[in-house]
Design a protein. Structure first.
Length: 71
């Protein structure tokens, strides 16, 4: 089993954001700022306020896929 990368290394290689649709938390200017981050991967997740309760499997698949891409 490969050792997990530290959060410092992950930040250097990219970031993941799960943007809820329709969403209720992130405002347009917040998303605009986040979308300017280098090496950002954005995934759309169905949900509103408690996204992790609305779409836990979608979030898990998004994280797993993102981690596979990091190697």
């Amino acid at each position: 089993m490969k050792p997990m990368k530290t959060s410092a290394k992950l930040g250097m290689e990219g970031s993941l954001i799960s943007a809820a649709e329709p969403g209720a938390i992130l405002a347009n200017e917040d998303l605009a700022f986040i979308r300017r981050l280098p090496a950002l991967t954005e995934v759309k997740i169905a949900g509103r306020h408690y996204v992790q309760k609305d779409s836990p499997d979608e979030i898990g698949r998004a994280i797993a896929g993102w981690m596979r891409k990091l190697g």
